[in-house]
Design a protein around this ligand. Sequence first.
Ligand SMILES: [Zn+2]
Length: 586
Amino acid sequence: MTHQDPHSCWIFGSAQIAHADLDLTVDFDRQVIHGTADYRFDRALDSRLRLDTRTLQIDDVSSDGRSLEWRLEDETFLGRVLSVDGTRGLNTLRIRFATSPSAGALQWLTPEQTAGRKLPYMFSQCQAILARSVIPCQDTPAVRFTYDAVLRVPRELTAVMAAERTDVKQEGHHTVCRFRMRHPIPSYLFALAVGNIVSQRIGPRSCVYAEPEVLAEAAWEFADVQRMIEGAVELFGAYIWDRFDLLVMPPSFPYGGMENPTLTFLTPTLIAGDRSLVSVVAHELAHSWTGNLVTNATWEDFWLNEGWTVYAERRILERLYGAEFAHLQAAGGRNDLLVAFKNFSDTPQYTKLKTDLGGVDPDDVFSSVPYEKGYLLLVEIERAAGRDAFDRFIASYISDFGFTSITTGQFVEYLVRQLPEAVKGVDLDLWIHQPGLPESAPVFSSSLIDEVRAARARWDKGERNLQGVVSTWNVQQKVLFLEELPPRLTPEDCAHLERIFELEKTRNTEILQPWYSIAASSSYERVLPTIREFLGVVGRGKYLRPIYRALHENPQTRGLARELFEKFKNRYHPVARSAVQRILEK
Ligand SMILES: [Zn+2]
């Protein structure tokens, strides 16, 4: 089956990078990474090679010491293609290059933006199409390569990568770290971080890495990781990535987590002090199979990565904490999906599972649709097939497609072949190629959800004496209640919520986000200074987007949204910054 990734110049079926040897120096003064990349291809090249780059400076291209002719093509939203001539018959290539201070994948933090406040920090976030701003590459999830890397970083810092660290030593002004990734990975899973980073063991194959100031709390919060791994292995088969380490990022990290293989990156907002937000860890762990092992072929098939991973995440949670808890998470996910449908009301094509992203940056249309709609489709198939049959399907799907990248079409063909009877009752075309949600979409019941809905009925009748009920709830129940309230409340009701949910005391950001959205929409003056503080520290897009949207959509706080964004935008990772920018331009 042929396909072209609309976000890469790599032509399906042409020669691809099989291995990269990287020798890179991280220069904090100039905010650039510079060095060489030696590429080995899986076969001899044609007369011209094209690679994806973005804001990269190319200094030289050679093979076996012989310089080659190259040029950077015109800039598009995808960056600039590096075109190298005279490559016919070659198997290897060396490129000397440097990143730019504006590299979209990299964020350079001042000491003040770290927990320790003494040393700088730098990290990468390459998904979806930003790896090309760090190294020249075939920046498509359809191409996989192994790599070895040498990173030279300032002596007082250390480096980690989503790879095995094989050596660390001091040389002059530098700490020199060596890494090896022996499994072939797509470029979006290339990842590094440099800072004052230490580690603590939390399981036989897991360490937490973090700044020293947050290490102990982080190790406590994620102590359940080994049980999660064991549960996941029973569900999905052997864990092939050797290590499952966790890196707790500075607060500006734009996502909840990023499934960088062997070293998951996590937002510090998960450190709630009560182990209540570990579902993100289950999610990133699940990616070890769905996403990192079986990978979407293009970002138009993103639901194959994320729908499957949400499904896997909730199976792990069900195993650890019971079906009632997993169903509660699913009910929250369904609410997120409805919000996404509302946000896409003018562009419903982005509520399809298989999207058409020609000319569109995948990050511009990032939403919960591939996650939660994809999840609901898989649950519908599971319910049609029965769990035992579906579990056998999962096992064969992962073993048949491991270390490959597949399209939605390939998935459907395989599904119809493996579960012919079950899929007869599932309207796959409606689910995959039409916007919105089919009426048949699964709904979830759980006594935990019932408790929330009962309290809501009392609230709607005017009852405000609910703290006795709410105090017995878990975090996800509280979130569900807050999310399902009307967005605008009277100041009196805002004050009731503060009291009922003890909001002034909570440090749990999952609860704070829907609360801050309500407070912003309601112009609840008392909380605006706290929101200002929050937006100045936390860079997680999941929180920034709804809070900025609420401020922006309320005429009374629209100016404040603009003012805060201007003040804080340079503290956000480029991915989160442009997501907020788009909201404020609407
Ligand atoms: Zn994910």
